[in-house]
Design a protein around this ligand. Structure first.
Ligand code: SF4
Length: 229
């Protein structure tokens, strides 16, 4: 089966989520790091007759605030969050050999840490699915300007990747959150528009790119962790 992104471009986020469950049933999952976009999608999913499963990657380096918003999702929506952790041996070896902050030393080292703490657990999670949903948007930075709403995931064949919010603006996200009283990570109020691991995320200055606080010591074109290319 081929998926033409043009067929889906005019569908709303809710329509795409409903279509995802109709098409893939229990074999589709939302990959959530509980950022604002993910919280919008979780709120939409909770309102579906057939909620899509939600999974997350706990790298072991997350902010306390991220765990707190995860708990709020569990208590408010009653949705199960399937959590994947990194391989214990790989983390132990990385830290023994290179210390706790090797990711600051080079892009190569940073990608090594992301590969162990994020990419391998993601691949395990995706191995149980036929399609995955993400909160990626086109205006989140230079690495995301041309993402499609539905696309064959060439990095994880034969999976299908669904980006229901691809054409949403930051203003639309904030408006949905306010209107629907969606819980969000407390760090957003401290100028963290995009949140990853604690050691690799800082607050942004007014006028900076949304993802400027992620791996702020690197050039913008390197700012993906291997989950999305
Ligand atoms: S974001 Fe930083 S701490 Fe987290 S996995 Fe990547 S390099 Fe490691």
């Amino acid at each position: 089966m081929t998926f033409q992104s043009t067929d889906f471009e005019l569908k709303s986020a809710q329509e795409l989520l409903s279509w995802s469950f109709e098409r893939f049933g229990p074999d589709v999952g939302l990959a959530s790091s509980f950022g604002m976009e993910d919280m919008v999608l979780i709120d939409m999913i909770a309102k579906l007759d057939n909620p899509i499963k939600i999974f997350t990657l706990d790298t072991g380096r997350l902010h306390e605030e991220t765990y707190e918003v995860m708990e709020r999702v569990r208590s408010r929506y009653g949705l199960e969050i399937k959590t994947y952790f990194p391989d214990q041996d790989a983390v132990e070896q990385l830290v023994r050999n290179k210390g706790f902050f090797s990711f600051r030393e080079s892009v190569e080292n940073r990608k090594e840490c992301c590969a162990i703490r994020k990419v391998e657990p993601l691949n395990r999670a995706l191995g149980e699915l036929k399609a995955w949903v993400t909160g990626m948007r086109r205006d989140q930075g230079v690495t995301r300007t041309d993402i499609a709403k539905v696309v064959e995931d060439l990095d994880h064949p034969p999976l299908i990747k669904i980006n229901p919010l691809a054409d949403w603006s930051q203003e639309q996200i904030e408006s949905y959150i306010e209107t629907n009283k969606v819980p969000v990570n407390a760090l957003h109020k401290k100028n963290y528009p995009s949140i990853g691991c604690a050691a690799c995320t800082r607050a942004v200055e007014p006028g900076e790119d949304i993802r400027a606080g992620r791996w702020w010591w690197e050039n913008p074109e390197h700012k993906e962790c291997g989950l999305h290319r």
